[in-house]
Design a protein around this ligand. Structure first.
Ligand SMILES: NC(=O)c1ccc[n+]([C@@H]2O[C@H](COP(=O)([O-])OP(=O)(O)OC[C@H]3O[C@@H](n4cnc5c(N)ncnc54)[C@H](O)[C@@H]3O)[C@@H](O)[C@H]2O)c1
Length: 444
């Protein structure tokens, strides 16, 4: 098939590349000319494991192309995918202006009947608004909802082996066309949920908010553990071994971040407000997440006995491992809170350093932040190390080296705060360091 993907970000680039790998002819279109120039020069604008090789291979084959324009023969595409950003507006609602702008563009260029497939995460009713815009085209265009569920860091795997594909369409013809398109990814058994566009749009928000609620609840419990002496690890194991609950998404930490959970939870709350339905669970998940960020800042402050003039090292700046995406990352929030209390920050991340500095620019005190190329260099002379992202390369560190590099307080041991609860306190203690986890009692 001949396909066009609008938006060459984490979703659009993975989708376009994956579809070309399956044998389709794909044009990826973005309004950012620099992004398109980079891609045409072989520079991949995002870090996603395995993506660079796959883009290059499919570009060489001629099946994958990048442009700022819908050029012929792609004005006769079979499917147009919309995968542009839907960032939060001032009131938390999703800003769908880019999605609607793409709809106008498709209406102006399409010369053949086609499907318009909305992959961006959009509020209920957006596909109808897209349909109204593409109805102006001289050819029949049917809009379908096909929300994306890929996880950054494992996006290619998610593309080629999706847990499920959700399709929201009105006509049987559109449903069948999309089933056919996704059939090569369903060889081990079809996992397609087919519904109407409005339900499909809501499924995406419901899924992300459900996951965010689990994390927020565990984070709340971790705060209770912190003050009562209970151990969040034990609570997680005890709760997660109930098969009705399951083991996943039960890890306490610095709070959820990234470009999806914070934005989608708030967009669901805003959608509820618009329709006069209180979304209390979503509101609580959001509030608990904000509280967790304050809690972590307080843990660092209390453990250091104040932050004025102190230097805090961060390991992990991206919102999760295996991505360079720093949007809404716990490191950004913690940095802002610590800077406001007079601290300096030295960070390290295998991929996220440049994006961290870019997103922090403009935050008061940003001049007191630097990032290092090498992980241990971030520790030199710092008063504490906070582990914020559980990259594999931080999993089994040399705690002796950490101890040598950190500055020891006048009385006592240098401080390590494991905001992901991945290190064993005994290993940290053995090196002569003070350990602080999230909801993990410091039992020596
Ligand atoms: N990143 C994820 O893990 C993920 C997962 C599932 C769903 N989503 C959803 O998918 C959508 C895209 O997310 P993303 O993370 O890939 O975004 P992104 O910010 O990485 O990329 C968006 C791209 O769209 C381009 N763009 C903006 N307006 C455009 C226009 N009018 N025409 C063409 N291109 C335009 C931007 O230049 C940018 O390159 C969002 O709705 C998001 O919520 C994201």
């Amino acid at each position: 098939m001949r396909l066009v993907a609008f938006g060459v970000g984490y979703v659009g680039l993975v989708t376009g590349t994956g579809l070309s790998e399956l044998g389709h002819e794909v044009l990826c279109v973005d309004i950012d000319p620099q992004r398109i120039k980079d891609l045409n020069d072989g520079v991949i604008p995002i870090y996603e494991p395995g993506l660079t090789d796959l883009v290059r291979r499919n570009e060489r084959s001629g099946r994958l192309r990048f442009s700022t324009e819908v050029t012929a023969p792609f004005d006769e595409a079979d499917v147009y995918f919309i995968a542009v950003g839907t960032p939060p507006g001032a009131d938390g609602s999703a800003d769908v202006s880019a999605v609607l702008a793409v709809a106008e563009r498709i209406a102006a260029t399409a010369k053949k009947a086609a499907l318009v497939c909305v992959k961006s995460t959009v509020p209920v009713g957006t596909c109808d608004a897209v349909q109204a815009r593409v109805a102006k085209a001289g050819v029949h265009l049917e809009v379908v909802s096909n929300p994306e569920f890929l996880k950054e860091g494992d996006a290619l795997n998610d593309f080629f082996k999706p847990d499920r594909v959700v399709l929201g369409a009105h006509s049987d013809d559109a449903k069948q066309k999309l089933r056919d398109l996704y059939a090569p990814l369903q060889l081990s058994g079809e996992r397609v949920v087919i519904t109407d566009p409005r339900s499909s749009e809501l499924i995406k928000y419901a899924a992300n908010t459900m996951l965010a609620m689990r994390i927020s609840f565990m984070n709340e419990l971790s705060r209770l553990c912190h003050t009562t002496g209970a151990d969040i690890h034990a609570v997680r194991l005890g709760v997660g071994s109930d098969t009705r609950i399951g083991k996943k998404f039960l890890y306490a930490g610095p709070g959820y971040g990234g470009s999806c959970f914070p934005k989608d939870v708030q967009a669901l709350i805003a959608l509820g407000k618009k329709h006069n339905v209180e979304m209390r669970m979503a509101e609580a998940a959001h509030a608990a997440n904000e509280q967790q960020a304050h809690f972590l800042a307080k843990v660092v402050e209390d453990a250091l006995g104040g932050l004025e003039g102190k230097t805090v090292a961060f390991w992990g700046l991206a919102f999760k491992p295996e991505t360079d995406d720093v949007r809404e990352s716990p490191a950004l929030k913690l940095a802002a809170a610590l800077l406001a209390r007079g601290a300096s920050i030295v960070g390290h991340d295998p991929e996220g350093g440049p994006n961290f500095l870019k997103l922090l620019a403009g935050t008061p005190g940003a001049g007191k932040v630097r990032v290092t190329e090498r992980d241990y260099d971030a520790l030199d002379g710092a008063d504490a190390l906070v582990l914020l992202t559980e990259w594999r390369s931080y999993r089994a560190p040399n705690f002796g080296e950490i101890k040598r590099r950190l500055r020891a307080p006048a009385a006592g041991e240098p401080l390590v705060i494991d905001a992901r609860n991945v290190w064993r306190p005994a290993d940290v203690h053995r090196a002569g360091l003070r350990y602080q986890g999230i909801g993990v009692p410091d039992r020596r």
